[in-house]
Design a binder for this molecule. Structure first.
Ligand code: GLP
Length: 239
């Protein structure tokens, strides 16, 4: 794992450069999308670079990591809505090539991994990390060989994410998520973490044992992962 530490602004800009290089080399790349507050700076930077003509997304295909069960794309807390509003509406992407797992017709998720494969596989996957080490919505204990599936969300995850809802009762109890194996298939991975509340789990991910109790620790085995941290998220690195 390559670790890069900088201010929120610096890491957003540096991570965006990985997209610039990839899209120069492969304009029709397949990108893996993530939600949460962490990638917002990166998405703003990508939109800026697109506006300035430095990169184009017109031939890009995207697949998002996860979606809440029961929320359709018009719900302002759905991950489809998040992606449209925070990225897709601000870049020259063809929205028909953007994919977010279907949280309503759960039958459709059975083919999600096959769709990713058919598109050529993910070239670059962006990830955040939950305080319990989850990547996408792969909670502690998720098997390493998992593909896209439905999960019961941990109470703690629902509490943390309730800040975006009117109350915790409105936070869905289940989500659809790409599995660990789906994520590990990506050719390159960027994981970003910001803030002190991520510091302990970031250290576990990088320096701890590879353990299903910290889903992100499996990334130690991936050949091309770059971890971008702000100084607070990096403050407890033991090595
Ligand atoms: C959610 C998402 C994850 C994300 C995590 C952290 O649980 N499913 O993909 O990484 O939140 O979110 P934040 O970046 O807001 O801390």
């Amino acid at each position: 794992m390559k670790v890069i530490i900088g201010t929120e602004e610096e890491i957003a800009k540096q991570a965006a450069q990985q997209y610039v290089e990839l899209l120069k080399r492969k304009p029709n790349a397949v990108l893996g999308g993530a939600t949460g507050s962490t990638p917002l700076g990166l998405y703003a930077e990508l939109a800026r670079l697109n506006k300035e003509g430095v990169i184009s997304f017109k031939d890009v295909t995207t697949f998002n990591l996860d979606e809440y069960v029961g929320l359709d794309g018009s719900h302002d807390q759905s991950y489809r809505y998040f992606m449209d509003h925070n990225l897709f509406d601000h870049i020259d992407i063809d929205k028909s090539r953007t994919h977010v797992p279907d949280g309503i017709n759960l039958e459709n998720i059975k083919t999600y991994d096959a769709q990713i494969e058919a598109a050529g596989g993910i070239d670059l996957q962006i990830l955040g990390i939950g305080v319990d080490g989850h990547i996408a919505f792969n909670e502690p204990g998720t098997p390493w060989d998992s593909l896209t599936h439905v999960v019961d969300l941990e109470e703690n995850t629902r509490e943390v994410n309730s800040r975006f809802f009117k109350s915790i009762d409105e936070v869905p109890k289940q989500a659809v998520t790409m599995g660990i194996k789906s994520i590990m298939h990506a050719r390159s991975i960027i994981l970003m973490a910001i803030g002190e509340n991520k510091a302990d789990v970031v250290d576990k991910m990088i320096n701890g044992p590879i353990d299903t109790q910290v889903a992100a620790s499996i990334l130690q085995l991936h050949p091309d992962v770059t971890v971008y941290l702000d100084p607070a998220a990096a403050s407890k690195l033991s090595k």
